[in-house]
Design a protein around this ligand. Structure first.
Ligand code: NAG
Ligand code: NAG
Ligand code: NAG
Ligand code: NAG
Length: 355
């Protein structure tokens, strides 16, 4: 009897240990490092100490996030957090603002709410770290890694293996082109010309990222900006679910981004850029209403310390501009493993990680 129990206990321990080992194997990241660039869709605290109205380090932001309100512009995890988890990173990538020497070898998040491809983008909100400055910050981090590692060849090979996520451009519309009272761009360029100059500048910035050692680069297209509660409230929809004229304008940029990714792959040796069709994925997933979950202020952000909707998987948006975690999760799922070649191309992120 005693020996039977002992045997059963032994089997249970082995089963437990095997399960535990499986967990450890899953927790091993697919790539050694992960760097993140962009605006408020990926910011995880870089704006907290900047002088800007574009901050989210207060409740009800972060209400479903383990560490609470960190500066993430959603109730839970951002798209960058969710992709990081799918890649197997056991911890969230730290913000540039607080990253320590010990942390930087697995990656850094440079994202800043209000930031754009263009330097002036977001100045109506206050300070922000533009994509050009994010790239300068990355150059500093790369130098730092080389110094800490003490072997430049090794570090160069190492940073070639990382995944780089770039999610920017929304503010170049929302906090620039679509505000003709504050910015000249809307008066100088027609929508197609604006998409062209934005793409041209972005192409140079992505080439700079490549020159800093990036090879596996995930470029996010713009989401359905005309479906955000803030734009719906501002412009009206004539009974349609979204502001079509805005989606048509931003689609011009998305349509240029996909061929840009092909150009970069053809012209830069060993480059593996890939395009995530955010609008396309949003359009054919299970539809949630285009209303915010939190109570919003006139600037579209949540009212500090207000009580958000009880069911945070019931709305597409958390505030006037930013998707709720459920929308981010659905996007992450299809960006990681595409359901159609139109979702993400030429490689979905799970394939890119293995290349
Ligand atoms: C530096 O790294 C390269 C590539 O990993 C390796 O071949 C070389 O031996 C290293 N050099 C030193 C001095 O450790
Ligand atoms: C948006 O584009 C679609 C497809 O090209 C077109 O049918 C529609 O009229 C456009 N809507 C607006 C408001 O510009
Ligand atoms: C994005 O996906 C939609 C719907 O699947 C598709 O119609 C559109 O052509 C795609 N856009 C790009 C730039 O690939
Ligand atoms: C929350 O909302 C989603 C989407 O409408 C629904 O499927 C789910 O059942 C709701 N959950 C609760 C607890 O009401």
């Amino acid at each position: 009897m005693a020996s039977k129990l002992g045997l059963l206990f032994g089997i249970l321990v082995i089963a437990f240990v095997m399960q535990f080992q499986t967990v450890i194997v899953i927790a091993q990241p697919q790539v050694p490092c992960y760097f993140i660039f962009g605006g408020s869709l990926v910011d995880n605290g870089n704006n907290n100490r900047l002088v800007t109205t574009q901050k989210a380090n207060y409740l009800p932001y972060g209400i479903d996030f383990p560490q609470g309100a960190t500066g993430r512009f959603t109730n839970g995890r951002t798209i960058a957090d969710l992709i990081g988890q799918r890649l197997g990173f056991p911890e969230f990538i730290p913000p540039y603002a607080t990253a320590t020497d010990r942390e930087i070898s697995t990656g850094v998040n440079y994202g800043s709410g209000g930031a754009g491809i263009r330097l002036e983008t977001g100045r109506n909100l206050g300070d922000r770290i533009s994509l050009d400055r994010q790239l300068l910050n990355h150059a500093t981090i790369v130098s730092r890694l080389k110094l800490l590692q003490g072997n430049i060849t090794f570090t160069n090979e190492y940073i070639n293996k990382c995944i780089y996520l770039v999610n920017i451009g929304t503010n170049d519309y929302v906090n620039n082109y679509l505000m003709p009272q504050s910015y000249l761009t809307g008066r100088i360029y027609n929508p197609d010309q604006y998409a062209a100059i934005l793409t041209q500048q972005y192409s140079q910035q992505l080439t700079t990222l490549y020159n800093l050692g990036a090879r596996k680069v995930v470029v996010f297209g713009l989401g359905p900006i005309g479906c955000t509660p803030a734009q719906i409230a501002r412009v009206g929809t004539n009974g349609r679910p979204c502001v079509e004229s805005i989606n048509n304008i931003t689609m011009l940029f998305n349509n240029r981004l996909r061929p840009l990714v092909d150009d970069l792959n053809n012209n830069l040796r060993d480059a593996r850029f890939t395009f995530v069709n955010v609008s396309g994925i949003a359009a054919n997933r299970l539809v949630l209403p285009n209303v915010p979950c939190c109570q919003i202020q006139s600037n579209g952000l949540c009212v500090p310390n207000s009580i958000p909707c009880p069911n945070r998987t019931s709305t597409a948006w958390y505030d006037g501009f930013h998707p709720s975690e459920i929308s981010n999760s659905r996007l992450a799922a299809r960006a990681y493993i595409a359901r159609s070649p139109l979702d993400v191309s030429p490689n979905d992120i799970s394939t890119l990680a293995r290349l």
